[in-house]
Each structure stands twice: as structure tokens, then as C-alpha cells.
Ligand binder design. Structure first.
Ligand code: F6R
Length: 361
């Protein structure tokens, strides 16, 4: 049932080109986005996104997409905070809940808080018959299939895929992009499963690097833009399954405190595809190197050509339009965590103290 893989997590990581294709099949029609259920993002003035764990990180990435593409303001909350804060929910606000299981107690309670106050309660869920899906006005399926590994992988990538499709759709509904730009984005979207497969082909190299990460007691993850939440995903996956302490920071925040942690024993993983923010991230990376931090730069061939000097290690990802980079950089986040854990001999599919579905608060 693990299809030749050592763990369900490995199987699920390798399923991602296929599961992302299932999102494309359901959300793309020709050269436009056509979600399987209708929602009018032109009739709302903001989105409150609420979730826990990895699903919360998917929301943090989606904030960049909805704000940049659709010019729609997004607030992102952790469900356990949102449900008790009793914050205002505007009558024109869309309350959007992301959950793989659809049964997470805090997310469900947050949904019930927003219901009746928000313009609509919308969810992005994997389990279609779950409580969260049933209690929503509109439920968008992510179609990842059953996920068994406790650490979420393919569900995270499909959450990203659906949220990106919705952001493009919202941009079009709100008149922020025209049909030609939508067609361009959709054309790139269709290439993504193939690009994920290329990213998966870096596994032997990720495995080699993970053997070195396994010796660390603390690891930092850095990124800017959408790579900032992706740094959080890298740190979360790593601590969950390898039990190594990891933290994520926005690259620009480093000098406001965390740089004090840097010394020659600290691996610092930097997610930096070649994009408009690349040089800014590289200058933060150089600040780490000046303090003898061990930089593992995860970038593409262009980034590697420009910025490999003096870095400890480089992991080269396929080139991709920066809008789509989070889906691709999810793969090294997962592979580094997975192989570090395998190297340490921890129970990858059933990490200590964790449950697949958190139905108590
Ligand atoms: C991390 C992980 C958890 C879940 C979180 C929310 O790899 O799996 O952080 O993302 O417990 O679960 P769902 O999405 O079922 O609401």
C-alpha cells in the first residue's frame, strides 16, 4: 500500500505531480479558471483566512496571491486565536477556512463564530463530507485523496493549487487581470505537475544534504515574499518529524534579533528563487555568512549562478514563474525534512505527540 516507498509520507510526496494534476483538471477549463463551485469574489471587500498548522501556512502564501493578483485584502489567523478573540467580521467579508481533515476542532469553532456575520463562509477542504465542508456556504475541494502521513504534504500542495486558482479567478472577476493574462497564468499552471516532477528528481541531492542537517540541533529557515511562509513550512515539517528545533524568519527581520543566534554550528536554509526580491534575500544571506552561519541556498540555476560564492551548499530547483514558486519549493521543504528524519531514525509517518486530525482543542 506504500507503493514501494518506505513510508506513506514518501509515497504522498511522490504523488504530488498527479494530485496537482487533479486540481488542474477540476479548476481549469481551456485557458481559464473555472472552479467546480461558484463564488463571486467581486462582491466581497476582504477575506479573513483561518486555519491551523500547515493549512495556516497555505493561507499565508495565499495572502500574497489574493492581494497581488486580485487586489483583495486578506487577513490570516490561527484558528485557536480567531475563535476567542471575538474580532469584528464585516458583512462584506468572506470568511475562508482551510482544512485537510475538515474536522479540526479550532477551525470548526472559528467557522461557527464567523457564520451569520460574514458575507459567506467558504472552505477549502480535502474531506468532502467533513463537518467543515458541511457547515460552509461554499466548499472548494482540494482533491488530494487520502493522506495518511501525519505530516501534511500532498494536501498542502493541493491547498496551494486551489488557493492560487481561486486568486486568479478572483483577479479576473474583479477586473484586475484580463483574459490574456489569465490565459498566460493558466498555461504556466498546466506545466506545474511536470515542474514538480523535476523538483522531485533532486531527491538524491536533498538526501545527501539531509544527512548533514541531521547533525544540527537548531536550524533557521529564511525567505522573502511567498518564500517567507514557505520558510515556515520548511521549519514546521522539519521539527514535526525530525524533532530538530527549527525557526523561520522573514529574511529582512534577521537583523532585528535572530541574527544573534548565528554561529558556525547553525545551518540556515534560504529559499530564494530568482525573482524581484532575490538580491535582497542574498544580501541577508551574506549577513549570515559573515557570521559563519552555514547557508544552504535553495534556488534555481540563475540564482545558483549569481549567488553560490561562499555558501555551504546549494540545492538547485527547476526554474518557474515566481507566482508559482511556492508549489515548487514545497518539494525541497518536504524532502529535506523527510530525509533528515529518516537519517535520524524517527517514526516519520507517526511522529511522537502528534495526531492526524486534531478534533479536541
Ligand atoms: C503539519 C500538519 C498539521 C495540520 C493541522 C491542521 O504537517 O499536518 O499542522 O496541518 O493540524 O489540520 P487540518 O488541515 O486537518 O485542519
Amino acid at each position: 500500500e506504500k507503493a514501494g516507498h518506505r513510508h506513506f509520507m514518501a509515497k504522498e510526496i511522490h504523488e504530488q505531480p498527479q494530485t496537482l494534476s487533479d486540481v488542474i483538471a477540476a479548476y481549469v477549463d481551456g485557458d481559464r479558471i473555472a472552479p467546480p463551485v461558484a463564488y463571486d469574489f467581486a462582491a466581497t471587500d476582504r477575506i479573513q483566512m483561518v486555519a491551523c498548522g500547515t493549512a495556516h501556512i497555505a493561507c499565508q502564501v495565499a495572502k500574497y496571491w489574493f492581494e497581488q493578483l486580485a487586489r483583495l485584502p486578506v487577513e490570516v489567523d490561527i484558528a485557536s486565536e480567531y475563535r476567542y478573540r471575538e474580532g469584528p467580521v464585516g458583512a462584506e467579508t468572506t470568511a475562508l477556512f482551510v482544512s485537510q481533515s475538515g474536522e479540526t476542532a479550532d477551525t470548526l469553532a472559528a467557522l461557527r463564530y464567523a457564520k451569520g456575520k460574514a458575507r459567506a463562509v467558504v472552505s477549502v477542504v480535502n474531506v468532502a463530507e467533513s463537518s467543515i465542508a458541511r457547515d460552509s456556504d461554499v466548499a472548494f475541494p482540494i482533491l488530494a485523496g487520502v493522506e495518511i502521513g501525519v505530516a501534511s504534504t500532498k494536501a498542502f500542495v493541493n491547498q496551494l493549487g486551489v488557493l492560487l486558482a481561486l486568486a486568479i479567478h478572483a483577479a479576473r472577476q474583479r477586473g484586475e487581470i484580463d483574459a490574456a493574462r489569465e490565459a498566460d497564468l493558466v498555461a504556466t499552471f498546466r506545466l506545474l505537475p511536470g515542474i514538480l516532477a523535476q523538483a522531485l528528481a533532486t531527491e538524491p541531492r536533498a538526501e545527501e544534504l539531509a544527512a548533514r542537517l541531521a547533525e544540527a540541533s537548531d536550524i533557521l529557515f529564511l525567505g522573502r515574499g511567498t518564500m517567507y511562509p514557505m520558510a515556515h513550512e520548511g521549519a514546521l515539517k522539519l521539527k514535526e518529524i525530525s524533532y530538530i528545533h527549527a525557526e523561520a524568519y522573514a529574511s529582512g527581520e534577521l537583523k532585528h534579533g535572530p541574527i544573534a543566534l548565528v554561529d558556525r554550528t547553525l545551518p540556515v536554509v534560504v529559499f530564494a528563487p530568482m525573482d524581484a526580491l532575490f538580491e535582497k534575500t542574498v544580501s541577508n544571506m551574506q549577513e549570515v555568512m559573515a557570521r559563519e552561519g552555514q547557508v544552504l541556498l535553495v534556488t534555481d540555476a540563475d540564482g545558483a549562478a549569481q549567488a553560490s560564492d561562499g555558501v555551504w551548499e546549494v540545492l538547485v530547483m527547476p526554474r518557474v514563474d515566481p507566482v508559482f514558486a511556492p508549489l515548487v519549493y514545497a518539494v525541497p521543504a518536504q524532502l529535506l525534512a523527510y530525509h533528515t528524519a529518516v537519517h535520524k531514525g524517527t517514526d516519520v509517518d507517526q511522529p511522537r505527540n502528534l495526531a492526524k486530525s486534531v478534533t479536541v482543542e
